[in-house]
Design a protein around this ligand. Structure first.
Ligand code: PNS
Length: 160
């Protein structure tokens, strides 16, 4: 059974993440999207909200599972008996951090390979932070995130 973990903050999931999820799910028998709990960043959405949104956004993807985790990504990969850790690369600016993380993880778990998928060009500029900023100032985010996310952001900002 080929299994991969795609870890991230997903605060919130964007079309860029979903592109990576869909394409990496085609490469393995099972893809587990791992939502990190103990993020240093101050998230807009709680862990439960991020998981719920991801479950909705991936409900048509049969071999995709969503789970939360705390601690090191590589430990989560190991606990789930996955052989691969997936990350998306948008631009050269991602490379430094991603390479460092992949190499550290490789030392921690030599039996796990990090697999990078280059984000599709149409989403190369996209990030969760940009989406949140556009939404905060009333911009249209429908080209960046699925309706379930746009609705959730709208509700969250109305409450704030
Ligand atoms: O979506 P993000 O915020 O770019 O994802 C970053 C993430 C969650 C993959 C990374 O911060 C991470 O793996 N954090 C958990 C702690 C860990 O394993 N750090 C890497 C050790 S080099």
């Amino acid at each position: 059974m080929k299994r991969a973990v795609y870890p991230g903050s997903f605060d919130p999931v964007t079309y860029g993440h979903l592109d990576v999820i869909r394409r990496s799910a085609e490469l393995v028998d099972e893809l587990i999207v791992g939502v990190l709990q103990n993020n240093h960043k101050n998230p807009l959405f709680s862990l439960e909200e991020r998981v719920k949104i991801l479950l909705e956004a991936t409900k048509d993807m049969k071999n995709v599972r969503v789970a939360s985790f705390d601690g090191l990504s590589i430990d989560f990969v190991r606990r789930n008996k996955a052989q691969f850790l997936v990350r998306g690369l948008r631009a050269i600016t991602d490379f430094d951090y991603e390479l460092q993380m992949a190499q550290t993880n490789r030392v921690l778990a030599p039996d796990v390979d990090t697999v990078f998928l280059t984000t599709s060009l149409e989403y190369a500029y996209l990030s969760s932070s940009t989406v949140k900023e556009v939404a905060l100032y009333g911009g249209d985010i429908s080209k960046f995130v699925p309706p379930v996310v746009a609705d959730a952001i709208r509700r969250k900002l109305q409450k704030a």
